[in-house]
Design a protein around this ligand. Structure first.
Ligand SMILES: [Zn+2]
Length: 287
């Protein structure tokens, strides 16, 4: 993953004009150098949080220009800015992930983790270019940025409470970039989409795709489960700017931009005598 990324670097940089380069430099100085270079850990985390915010602002700018039918040059420059912010964030997080032994950076094929692979799934018969929800008959449990005893900081995705063995689908077409097994996310799949974002599907009981496989919207990636750091079955769904933890964005607004509405009440208050949301608690409600 790292090698592929770095191979892409020179091409990206070569297209930059001098003017774009100067504007870019100013942006990066603002985005990444504002915080002191604290030794490792928290300093990097703050830089990443800041870069994610700047990236999302840059993406909104690209969207606005596109909607306004802006000149191609202006659009291209905005897009180059967005990519430059993402590339810096990617490098930062990749280095951190290597250091901590994150399998996404160390063994993205999942071989070391002995993934429970099923047969490769195929694209659905009735293909659709539309985006879709990652599973069906779910109950929304722990929401994005929720606080909980299970997370060192804040919850990085959206949890969908489902029974073990429920099919999990790619929300859009893309390429499977990572399958890893054995860490806190259990058995997980990461898909890269055409718009550059990654979606993560974690705690699976079975994986039905392979690294490098193209998938269509609605294609089965595997089955939900309770692998990794959980107390019960659910799907952990995350949207990221890079393959690495620390580049996540709010997943439900991201899906809404793709015209996907997930039903159900997010972040319902939970009662002390029930399992906490996101820990696999079965809840009454739409199934
Ligand atoms: Zn989760």
């Amino acid at each position: 993953m790292g090698r592929e990324h770095h191979a892409r670097f020179p091409r990206t940089r070569a297209r930059l004009s001098a003017a774009t380069g100067a504007a870019l430099l100013a942006l990066l100085v603002t985005a990444l150098a504002a915080l002191p270079a604290a030794a490792g850990g928290d300093g990097d985390r703050h830089r990443a949080v800041r870069a994610v915010r700047v990236h999302e602002q840059a993406r909104e700018r690209v969207d606005r220009l596109r909607e306004a039918d802006a000149l191609p040059a202006a659009l291209e420059e905005a897009e180059e800015r967005r990519k430059a912010v993402r590339d810096d964030l990617w490098d930062l997080l990749w280095a951190g992930a290597r250091e901590t032994g994150d399998p996404v950076a160390v063994d993205p094929s999942g071989r070391a983790g002995h993934c429970p692979f099923g047969e490769r799934s195929r694209a659905p018969e009735r293909r659709s270019s539309a985006w879709t929800a990652p599973t069906r008959r779910y109950w929304l449990s722990a929401g994005y940025a929720a606080k909980g005893s299970r997370w060192a900081r804040r919850h990085t995705g959206q949890d969908f409470a489902v029974d073990s063995g429920t099919p999990v689908y790619a929300v859009g077409s893309g390429v499977v970039r990572v399958t890893t097994c054995g860490d806190g996310f259990g058995n997980q799949v990461l898909v890269r989409h055409q718009d550059g974002y990654f979606t993560q599907y974690a705690h699976l009981s079975r994986i039905d795709v392979r690294r490098g496989q193209r998938v269509a919207a609605g294609q089965r990636l595997g089955l939900s489960g309770a692998s990794g750091n959980v107390t019960g079955p659910h799907l952990h769904f995350e949207v990221r700017i890079t393959p690495y933890l620390g580049s996540q964005v709010p997943p439900l607004p991201w899906l809404r931009r793709k015209a996907v509405r997930v039903s159900g009440a997010p972040a319902l208050p939970w009662l002390p005598d029930r399992p906490r949301p996101g820990e696999g608690g079965r809840r009454p409600g739409p199934r």
